[in-house]
Design a protein around this ligand. Structure first.
Ligand SMILES: NC(=O)c1ccc[n+]([C@@H]2O[C@H](COP(=O)([O-])OP(=O)(O)OC[C@H]3O[C@@H](n4cnc5c(N)ncnc54)[C@H](OP(=O)(O)O)[C@@H]3O)[C@@H](O)[C@H]2O)c1
Length: 361
């Protein structure tokens, strides 16, 4: 059944795009286990286009995602039908191998990274170009100057900031318009609503900046698979065995909520949400979690990630799941009163979420 997409305006007077996007990280980087085979990756992109899920989110960090996109654009000739977001800021090491957790958002690197992404994707413009992570030494004003020039040159159409604080956003917007920020936001990750997340949601609303929710399913926590077996849902086969934990799945190794000692407790919490989904809405827990986010306002966009066509289709069907105000409140209450075991991220990543930059000297 075709689901008419929810279309929303990105930021102040921005383009109208599907509120339900597609996060491409897992079809490029083996973060949660193996990346699918090329024919399956191509099939998932084909399906996203066919459905209308044309707001794609990638990064120069996500394995060979940008090269994959170049091949897909060459094959289909459909670059113009995709609203393409990519990111920069993680420094790549020798031979293009990504070295995580080193950042560079200097003026020079911003320009260089943009050209590399354009070349890698075989396109002459990026619809939405994000700073993925700000570095410790560059004032955001310098990065924004480079981005504003890229925009004036027509290389990027809109500017985005990911994982920044309200202070960084306020400083950035004085240099050039910011269309979107990309923080983590999900039913069990609501920091942006309050001081813990620098009141980022309120700041975005005040400034007319869209919120694109990274990890809207809590990295797979808010899914029918979580906790139903010993699974980390890492098999990539279309109907594959999801009961095996893929040794390459970083979640099972380092994401506290996914560690063996926390799984049973957290599965019981998710089971309550699943019950709500089935009984009240006749939908899946993932659909309910996405619908809950979309209910938060017309400035909210979601980019769930998947390696499977069937999850892509299931997530897209959320376009037809509408929550009442009362249902939204009940779900929020349920999440607020159920404590998950473990944090969403390991300790060493906690300061990556709402970053400030150096003051201008
Ligand atoms: N800005 C940043 O720093 C940042 C950080 C993290 C993520 N992101 C962006 O956010 C996107 C999404 O993040 P994410 O992939 O880490 O987390 P996510 O979207 O919260 O969850 C993805 C996980 O949920 C599973 N899943 C998806 N749909 C499902 C369904 N309908 N039923 C059951 N399971 C389902 C996927 O399984 P399978 O893998 O088995 O398909 C995958 O394991 C990324 O692609 C990236 O674009 C940005």
């Amino acid at each position: 059944m075709a689901h008419a997409p929810i279309i929303r305006t990105l930021g102040k007077n921005g383009p109208k795009i599907p509120a339900l996007g597609f996060g491409l990280m897992l079809i490029g980087a083996p973060a949660y286990g193996a990346v699918p085979q090329d024919k399956d990756r191509s099939a998932i992109l084909d399906k996203a286009l066919e459905l209308g899920a044309t707001f794609w989110d990638t990064s120069d960090l996500y394995g060979d995602n940008e090269e994959l996109l170049r091949q897909w654009f060459q094959k289909t000739g459909k670059r113009d039908q995709i609203f393409l977001a990519t990111k920069f800021g993680y420094v790549k090491g020798e031979g293009g191998k990504t070295m995580q957790f080193q950042f560079d958002t200097s003026y020079e690197y911003t320009k260089k990274a943009c050209q590399s992404s354009l070349d890698a994707m075989g396109t002459d413009y990026i619809d939405l170009y994000y700073v993925h992570q700000v570095d410790n030494v560059t004032p955001i004003e310098e990065t924004m100057r480079a981005l504003a020039e890229l925009q004036a040159d027509g290389k990027i159409r809109h500017i985005g900031l990911s994982m920044v604080s309200s202070t960084t956003l306020r400083r950035a917007i004085k240099i050039a318009p910011v269309a979107a920020v990309q923080p983590e936001y999900s039913l069990f990750g609501r920091e942006i609503e309050g001081p813990e997340g620098t009141d980022l949601l309120a700041t975005c609303r005040e400034l007319g900046v869209a919120v694109v929710c990274a990890t809207p399913l809590g990295r797979g926590l808010l899914s029918s698979d979580f906790g139903s077996t010993s699974s980390s849902s890492s098999s990539t086969a279309e109907d594959g065995d999801t009961t095996k934990v893929d040794p390459a799945d970083l979640r099972a190794k380092m994401m506290p909520r996914f560690l063996a000692e926390n799984r049973a407790h957290n599965a019981a919490v998710v089971a309550k949400i699943r019950e709500f989904a089935a009984e009240k809405k006749g939908c899946s827990v993932s659909q309910l979690a996405l619908a809950w986010l979309l209910k938060q306002g017309d400035d909210i966009f979601v980019i769930p990630g998947t390696r499977r066509v069937r999850y892509l289709e299931e997530n897209w069907a959320t376009n037809s799941v509408e929550l009442s105000d009362e249902e939204e409140k009940q779900l929020r209450h349920s999440a607020q009163t159920s404590e998950l075991a473990g944090e969403a991220l390991p300790e060493q990543f906690m300061d990556h979420k709402f970053r400030n930059t150096k003051e201008i000297s």
